[in-house]
Design a protein around this ligand. Structure first.
Ligand SMILES: Cc1cc2nc3c(=O)[nH]c(=O)nc-3n(C[C@H](O)[C@H](O)[C@H](O)COP(=O)(O)OP(=O)(O)OC[C@H]3O[C@@H](n4cnc5c(N)ncnc54)[C@H](O)[C@@H]3O)c2cc1C
Length: 469
């Protein structure tokens, strides 16, 4: 038979097996998939949208650490599903997408069912890094912070029987898990290879404050410490051996040393990846393949300040990308709505809230960005003698050339969580310290710092002083 006739026959055969063709298929079930689906169904009501998700039950990924103590090991309280998308008319199938044929526009799921699409969105997320180079990485009772409801549910159900727990990785995920397990009563040892915890997200000053906050809890914190081996007996973990030869008893080890894009399916479909293994996309989430997009942890990000390819994997940025894609999937409606991804990190350790956005004096050196900085502290209520007052510190980083805000950090009480979002907006809108001097804010004794000493305004004023005197 002629080759072209063979291909036509195969195509016809494939098309006849397609159960249904949708305007959009989204592969994934995490925050990026849900927000992409909701945005499309809200703004393009007539479009048919199918979400293919691997597991029936989903979870709030950022809530995982809090299952172990604040949520009393009840993972049901941390459930999250695509209901808001379904309520808007979206359809969901539980199954693993096993193959994508981008020429024929068909997705096959593991059960063998085939679905056609006009537009395809990869929202396949990220997976924890598994250090296969550390002997013992796969022993029984060695766990990873997988964003999987059944996996975490299983871990939560047995966590109380582990007396000695070693957590590896002092980034915000590892530190939050360690803090919660320690609060729940486990003997926790946190191991971090860098001299300070949180050093990828915070400046040295805030990393040092955060490390001290961790050390102030009941857990033991070992910094500049490298895991050489996870030692087991009869296949089950017993100890963790460090590079200096010391050993720590462990009934369980939790490794939290980073995440990589879950981009295998896209790669097998012939979609281009970048050097980090993230799916290559433009500022609208479009891959280099026609009608194929990607959002969230599986997709490439561009640093907001550097414009270059960067690795920022956060739920906040994933959902911002998902909204951008949802609006622009059928044609660009909101022009240039993502100028780049701005990492905004926030956490709370032992009652101390800490947050950072954009440049600081460490990452700016790596990025080649020149900075001027100043900080200001004041009580977060006024008068400071009110009950429940915390000291709030704001540190701003600005361009020494035009005074535009390039980064910020805040630490203190719970208001830090929203203070950093104000700073984040200032960075995104290139607000200058000169404009912040006349920043008009609302104040109230029980809710905010004093109008005399608003820490954002006073830190900005400090920078103005440095720039003009
Ligand atoms: C413990 C922890 C705490 C965190 N805390 C914060 C925080 O405080 N703030 C913050 O901004 N970020 C936080 N993050 C990061 C945040 O969780 C991620 O950035 C976010 O989950 C990314 O969402 P996503 O939808 O892109 O990917 P994911 O959440 O990874 O979801 C991907 C989904 O795709 C599904 N999937 C994958 N492959 C297939 C397939 N072939 N077929 C069908 N389905 C598939 C997966 O099952 C999964 O449901 C935290 C992460 C962890 C692990």
């Amino acid at each position: 038979m002629e080759y072209s006739k063979l291909v036509t026959g195969m195509r016809r055969n494939l098309k006849s097996k397609i159960m249904k063709t949708y305007d959009v298929i989204i592969i994934g079930g995490g925050p990026a998939a849900i927000v992409t689906g909701m945005t499309i169904k809200r703004f393009f009501k007539g479009k048919s949208v199918l979400m293919i998700k691997e597991e029936a039950d989903g979870l709030v990924p950022c809530g995982i650490p809090y299952i172990f103590y604040l949520l009393a090991n009840d993972s049901e309280k941390n459930k999250m599903g695509p209901k808001p998308f379904v309520d808007l008319g979206g359809e969901v199938i539980v199954g693993k997408a096993a193959k994508v044929d981008k020429e024929e526009k068909v997705v096959s799921i593991e059960s063998g069912d085939l679905f056609g699409y006009d537009k395809l969105v990869f929202a396949t997320g990220s997976l924890p890094v598994v250090p296969t180079f550390i002997p013992g990485y796969d022993l029984q009772n060695v766990f990873y912070m997988k964003k999987s409801f059944p996996y975490i549910h299983n871990l939560a159900s047995q966590i109380n029987r582990f007396k000695n727990v070693v957590t590896v990785g002092g980034g915000f995920i590892g530190a939050e898990v360690a803090e919660q397990l320690s609060a729940a009563g486990a003997n926790v040892t946190l191991i971090e290879s860098e001299p300070l915890c949180f050093s990828r997200a915070f400046s040295p000053e805030l990393s040092s404050i955060a490390t001290e906050a961790l050390k102030g809890t009941k857990m033991k914190v070992l910094t500049s410490a490298l895991v050489k081996e996870i030692v087991g007996e009869n296949g089950t973990v017993q100890q963790v051996m460090l590079a200096d030869g010391s050993r720590i008893d462990a009934d369980a080890v939790i490794l939290s040393i980073g995440y990589t894009a879950n981009s295998k399916l896209a790669k097998e479909a012939g979609i281009e990846l970048n050097r980090y293994g993230d799916i290559h996309v433009d500022h609208y989430g479009r891959t280099t393949a026609k009608d194929v997009c990607a959002v969230g942890d599986c997709a490439q990000t561009y640093g907001f300040l550097t414009g270059r390819s960067d690795v920022i994997k956060l739920a906040s940025t994933a959902t911002a990308e998902a909204r951008t894609l949802g609006h622009n999937l059928f044609g660009i409606r909101i022009k240039k709505c993502t100028a780049g991804t701005l990492g905004v990190f926030s956490t709370e350790i032992d009652g101390l809230a800490m947050a950072a956005s954009g440049a600081n004096d460490k990452n700016a050196r790596e990025w080649g960005v020149d900075l001027i900085s100043a900080k200001f502290s004041s009580p977060d209520r006024h008068p400071g003698s009110l009950p429940g007052v915390s000291n709030l510190t704001v540190k701003l980083y600005a361009s020494p050339v035009d005074g535009s805000i390039l980064g910020g950090e805040a630490w203190g009480g719970k208001s830090v969580g929203e203070i950093i979002n104000v700073i984040s907006l200032a960075i995104q809108k290139s607000v200058t310290v000169f404009e912040l001097v006349s920043f008009q804010v609302g104040t109230h004794p029980l809710l905010t710092a004093s109008p005399v000493n608003n820490p954002i305004i006073r830190a900005a004023e400090e920078i103005v002083y440095k720039m003009t005197s």
